[in-house]
Design a protein around this ligand. Structure first.
Ligand SMILES: [Zn+2]
Length: 232
């Protein structure tokens, strides 16, 4: 299983192709700026390097990124022209899971129940969740199953595969790298908490990231797609 950040890695793959038009640093017909859609400068070096993806963008976009950065209001990558115009298609490969910034399975949170002796409602489809903290050297993880129901072995396998692939990402090397990675995640009312979402063949996945040192730093919640719409 491969986990990719959407749409950052698609933009970088597109730029790899576009860059080929610049033989010896100049392009007779420059490609479009992936961020705004305007043509890039014919001379490669005149374009700007994006702060959010390893791609070159037009000078005006470079300026806009700098201004937005200063104001802490970056343009989300999904708002880039290449993404909005539909030029970048997610590869429908089974082995690739994309991490996305917006939840695509809100129904999961509509069907909830209260486990015995607990105050907080939980989604009916929740199979398990992991809770991890980074102690400055490594990650420590514990697993939780609030419903007490046994998870079918094929789903356990899917959970394991996703979890392993996720924590192998460079983003999870340290708390510092995770913090930087959160630039691509959904923000919340708490400036130290972020969300990302993903899915596998049978699971919806919510990734909650907390950048505070000496706290729990990552919760990964796994939901059974087949039970996502069910009432308790
Ligand atoms: Zn541009």
């Amino acid at each position: 299983m491969k986990i990719k950040l959407y749409p950052k890695e698609l933009l970088e793959a597109a730029w790899k192709q576009d860059k080929k038009l610049y033989a010896h640093g100049d392009a007779a017909a420059p490609p479009k700026c992936l961020r705004c859609g305007a043509p890039l400068a014919a001379h490669l070096m005149v374009n700007a390097l994006s702060r959010y993806a390893d791609v070159q963008i037009c000078e005006a976009c470079g300026m806009d990124e700098a201004l937005r950065d200063a104001a802490h209001t970056p343009l989300p990558l999904v708002e880039w022209d290449a993404v909005k115009s539909g030029h970048l298609k997610k590869k429908a490969e089974k082995s690739i899971c994309y991490l996305v910034q917006n939840c695509t399975f809100s129904e999961v949170f509509k069907h909830t129940y209260k486990p015995p002796m607990q105050l907080i409602e939980r989604p009916v489809s929740e199979l398990a969740y992991s809770r991890s903290d980074y102690d400055g050297y490594r990650w420590w993880t514990t697993w939780h199953n609030e419903s007490g129901k046994k998870t079918p072995p094929e789903l356990v396998k899917e959970i394991d595969e996703f979890q392993n692939a996720l924590f192998k990402l460079p983003a999870f090397k340290t708390l510092e790298t995770m913090k930087r990675f959160c630039r691509y995640a959904e923000t919340t009312s708490d400036p130290t908490e972020f969300n990302l979402y993903s899915e596998t063949a049978h699971l919806y996945i919510r990734i909650r990231l907390i950048t505070r040192f000496r706290d729990y730093n990552a919760y990964i919640y796994y939901y059974d797609k087949a039970a996502a719409g069910e009432e308790q």
